[in-house]
Ligand binder design. Sequence first.
Ligand SMILES: [Zn+2]
Length: 863
Amino acid sequence: MLQSYFDTDNNGHKHKSFELPGAKPHYNPDRPGQVEHIFLDLNLDIPNQSYDGTCTIQLKPVRNGIDRLTLDAVSLNIHSVQVDATSTTYDYDGQQLQVNLANPTQTGQSIKIAIAYSVTKPQRGIYFIAPDKHYPNKPVQVWTQGEDEDSRFWFPCFDYPGQLATSEIRVRVPKPYIAISNGRLIHTEENGDDKIFHWLQEQVHPSYLMTLAVGDFAEIQDEWNGKPVTYYVEKGREEDARRSMGKTPRMVEFFSQKYGYPYAFPKYAQVCVDDFIFGGMENTSTTLLTDRCLLDERAAIDNRLTESLVAHELAHQWFGDLVVIKHWSHAWIKEGMASYSEVMWTEQEYGAEDAAYYRLLEARNYLAEDSSRYRRPIVTHVYREAIELYDRHLYEKGSCVYHMIRAELGEELFWRAIQTFVQDNAHNTVETVDLLRAIEKVTGRNLLFLFDQYVYRGGHPEFKIAYSWDSDSKLAKVTVNQTQNDLFDLKIPIAFGYAQGDVGAHSYAPLQKTFTVRVHEKEQSFYFPLEEKPQFISFDANNNYLKTVTLEYSIPELKAQLQFDPDPISRIYAAEALGKKGGLEALNALAEALKSDRFWGVKVEVAKQLAQIKLDQAFEALVVGLNDENPLVRRAVVEALGNIKTYASYKALKPIVEDGDSSYYVEAAAARAIGVIAAAQLEEKPKEEKVLKLLRSILENKAGWNEVVRSGAIAGLSQMKISAEALDLILEYTRLGVPQALRLAAVRALGTISTGQSATNLDRILERLTELSYESFFLTQVSVVTALGQMETPKAIAILQALATQSLDGRVQRIAEEAVAKVQSSAGSDQAVKQLRDEIDQLKKQNQTLMSRLESLEAKASK
Ligand SMILES: [Zn+2]
């Protein structure tokens, strides 16, 4: 599964425990037997958002004498239960269904439990989507979401991933709707105004991967090796479907090769559904995706999220669906690999530098959660709800662990180990130890040391690296500090680089000398005899380990590394160190890299660093990047100019807001940035009403793909924290009827803008958020919590507490509780502190002007 397709603001706060009150160890239940087959026979009543039918479970008992079975079944209406065609008694408490067996079980003798039931207006598990007076164009759809423990909300089952069975869904739907489910379509039948679709999944899988999607979809046929690859989308979006999912057959081929196991199921369908609560869900052979991933022509320019989403869910067809986790605590085996498969596909499609950068961004997602939210072992079975585990540790850190295994084993052995893991465990369940066993079986290597440090305990190494050169003895001295508490014990390559002879501006130097050292103490110094002084040092050459680094090299080494290191991640680290050093020399090196680095990702990072340097010259260096041909670079430059907050940067950004850019994202970033600048304390600055007028005109005229541009305008408004007019405008866009993506952005913006508003306006915001908190849609609740979490008034706490106790969703409960703690700590920062902060900002600005002049003078003098 992939949680979010669109970025939301980080809702985190500092260093809380992962385990909330009420967390406890979770185990799979005792098994009465092996579920062999599940058959759902359902009649959908779409106008009334209800259905009835029968769930038949065939079970092969594991032992004699069991006279009672316990099934998960939440909020269902149970009409009758039969065992082997004979009615039986049962108890049902709305959570679990206890079925009494008149004849106690006999080992190996299968029984059939048939449960007749119905469901009306379900809240979870199965979702009925329909137009209403606010959204008359919304399509009619029905879809399901089982992971993690929600299948029990739509059919009775033994609802845990350790039970694998074949399955079958026969469903009657009104015409013209079509029903898509797991496996192959074995029968269809017209029946008056209805049509029956009968699907059969002949490979075993767990209950959470059973699915049903119903709608009046367009069906686009593709294929891989004779197997149907099908895209289902709302009619009219056929072009977008091909544009967004058209690489699927190539991906199926790629993963079949890499995992050493041909795609295992009879077809692969992707169904794009409305109001989907996740990015995507890898139901066996039938992935559901949010329809927001469908790209139009302009979005396709610089949106790679969709391609990654498609790769992620497809990778799960092996990791998750073919090889199934036995318990949620091992979910990183599948989510880590699905996330790492995004890296693999990026490498295949866009090359090694893009893949390395993708990996760095994944690592940063994990690092942000670790530093701002909590730290936990990747594998843990202590939680309140399994869904809490689906965090940045599970996905991104999991991905980084797979990469470290690859680096440790080397290319050939890694893939042989992965292939053996898949082949040995196909159609079966696994735990983390099974991966270790597969690695040992193929390679003889015991990687427990790596798992102990990165999987079974929290954290990562935080390195501080210093370097010096002794020219008399020709010794390079590298001092490595581990600044975190729990020390790591790793073998790390350190490389020394030389740019030979007549190098152009950007021929990247091969790393000439590499030494591998064991780093295991708090502080260690290493001495390396070298024939010549190296130009730069690459700690953890290739950057395979998950870590943070602080480089304490002098400017010449950092400049040379930024210019010549062949590894883009090392160049980025050098850029970060230069940004921290500041000064004109560092700035000039960064300016040069923004113009001439060969890789867009480095340029993006360089732009960020330029904005960190408090010199007026940073503007001139950055503004050049507005003409970069890569929209991702332009976007970063626009954001950086927003952070510089000067009248000059406003003037540079205004044309983008007015005239547009080929990229939606660049336009959105520009709209946000002018709001940031308008709100800054500046001597010379744009008139507030001018900026408001610009942003208002975007809201009125730039409706479009996923409301990216208009959401940018809302974000710009939210920065204008003391403006009552900006608030009024944002509030207008929180009303029902506003396109959902834009409305959610406006809801979130209420939190950002709240911190500068008057007491009266603050009450208006709280009132609106209270109203919104009663809406049951998951994404609305998340946006409300995000907004409240940014507020600095204790009044937000009551609303959050109500959500924490009343929301039906474990994720909402959790983030609401975290937000309470966040508000509690920020409510302390009062007006006086803020005023002081503003004054300091102004002093810094004056100082910057002086420094800039001084640096210019010095530069002139030294020429
Ligand atoms: Zn996933």
